[in-house]
Design a binder for this molecule. Sequence first.
Ligand code: WTA
Length: 657
Amino acid sequence: MAADGGHHAIDTMLLEERRYPPSADFSAQANAKPDIYEQDFDTFWEREGRERLTWFEPFSKLYEWEPPYAKFFLGGKLNVCFNCVDRHVDAGRGDKIAFYWEGEPVGERREISYAELLRDVVRFANALKKLGVEKGTPVAIYMGMVPELPVAMLACTRLGAPHTVVFGGFSADSLSGRMNDMECEVLITQDQAWRRGGTVALKEVSDEAMAAAPGVRASVVLRRTGNDVPMQEGRDHWWHELEDGVSDDAASCPCEPMDSEDLLFLMYTSGTTAKPKGIVHTTGGYLCGVSTTHHYIFDLKNDEDVYWCAADIGWITGHSYIVYGPLCNQATSILYEGTPDFPDKNRWWEIIERYKVTILYTAPTAIRSHMKWGPEYSQKHDLSSLRLLGSVGEPINPEAWIWYREHIGGDRTPIVDTWWQTETGMILITPLPGITTTKPGSATKPFPTIEATVFDERGNEVGPGGGGYLVLKKPWPAMLRGIFKDPGRYQETYWSKYPNLYFAGDGARIDQDADFWLLGRVDDVMNVSGHRISTIEVESALVDHHDVAEAAVTSRKDATTGEAIVAYVTLKGSAEASVEKLQELRDHVAKKIGAIAKPSNIVFTPELPKTRSGKIMRRLLRDVAENRPLGDTTTLADPAVVEEIKHRAEDETSDDS
Ligand code: WTA
């Protein structure tokens, strides 16, 4: 079987004949030269490892591969904070801006130089030490896009304390679940976050989460909005009070030498069960992988560029391409706290104009929102500073690609459509600007040294044009080192479909020019606005509601968010289907998981379509959601059920708020 829903993408591909070769000017100055594709794996990564990173003790061996476990830069000792901050200041570059920060409230701005960043990190690391945080202490971070978020992450890495950053839109249950799994001892949060002029109650949610995570003995609370929040004596500490009297001199808090393979952070991501997976990333390979890809793919010239990755740090994209990769490369970045349409839809373009942003990296869902709002907003602004655009998070449809290039890139800038995952840590399939001839909708080629291909169900390589499953044949420095505390699931999820090969869970095809076209997930994972959400996780949240007997979740295509969640719900005997009930269930999902997981439609139905063995047939529900003719219904226990659901789905008013 080809990827679910892949046929559409395949049709598009066959019609897509536009080609964008690099301009001679771009090529002449590009960081990547064509011979980069000829370099062999060992030479390439040994050089990048030695030259791009600063080691306290050099590594003695590039890598070790005992499937499914890889190690990189064996024997090497280093510190991520030292590489991202200290060494730039030591080299006399302290005045260089690390972040231009724009708060969501208009006019609130900060410029943070590398020297200031170093002082902020040292001060906060010293404050964390007062709470007993040291090498190996697991720390959770639940914050908005404020400068103190990268400061908190870097302070942890300085001390050798592994962190997990939980996206600020997640619920108390999601936060406590992650903190319990990682056995976090300390939580770093803020009073509230700004969002579209309103506030997000981060501390309140943290309190609820800490109540369910007894291992968390202390919290640190940044004052952001200044509104009153409850503080529990002895447990909760104001950030600024904890910093009272501590030193900001780097010598007072030396960077902990870490083994290349020491845990750097966990990033939880949805899989095909209700429990998110704690993806393990370690120190040396991860840092080398993200900084190397950042250098070549974004063509970073750190003296000239103003780089903006408009993701949230709470996701892997923010970890790799806002914090660790760019800082390691001494980039000057934009950090923006708010949404693209606050206070109005000019906000992004004002930021680009004000700071003369040269590189913009965002997601197709954001591009499609701007498309929907119309080009009149970007047209009002001078975007001529832009010289490179990037996309990540889901397949970008050719229309959005072209719109991005024409309306944002002035029909001038190359676009890098970058494929990767939380698990891969770094970009793996991407054009290299200045080298690659791009095609709208194609992520083009594996990054140099990466071996990717497409397999059919039986594990045979699929020839040009055919669809199948994306697999990776060789390890790479930033690859995950496992699922935290769950080696069985690690083996099962990624390494069991094809022995000793990494199964990405994405459909793909390779065309005549050996360019890759990604076709979306092939498992029970949805991609809503570039966020991975498991169908099972949403089902569990629904069934958790006292009126719900059974739930099945699927998705349909959506012009803005890529996919939209559709839930089919069977209520318990006495409960009545109503618009209020629908709202109640949506809110319940938001409470259990977070607002990003709210179904956009709920169809109430007395029965779900099941096979005779009792398995819910999601494929059929998806056909209903997509308004497609129904596939094979012969295996259903009761074929009448699905017809009934179809009628109900047609009657249902959708709620896309
Ligand atoms: C999808 C985000 C097509 C894919 C970095 C992958 C993409 C999942 C692309 C990972 C792209 C990401 N083209 N699909 N350029 N980038 N994806 O873990 O399905 O949040 O498996 O990592 O997003 O999502 P994650």
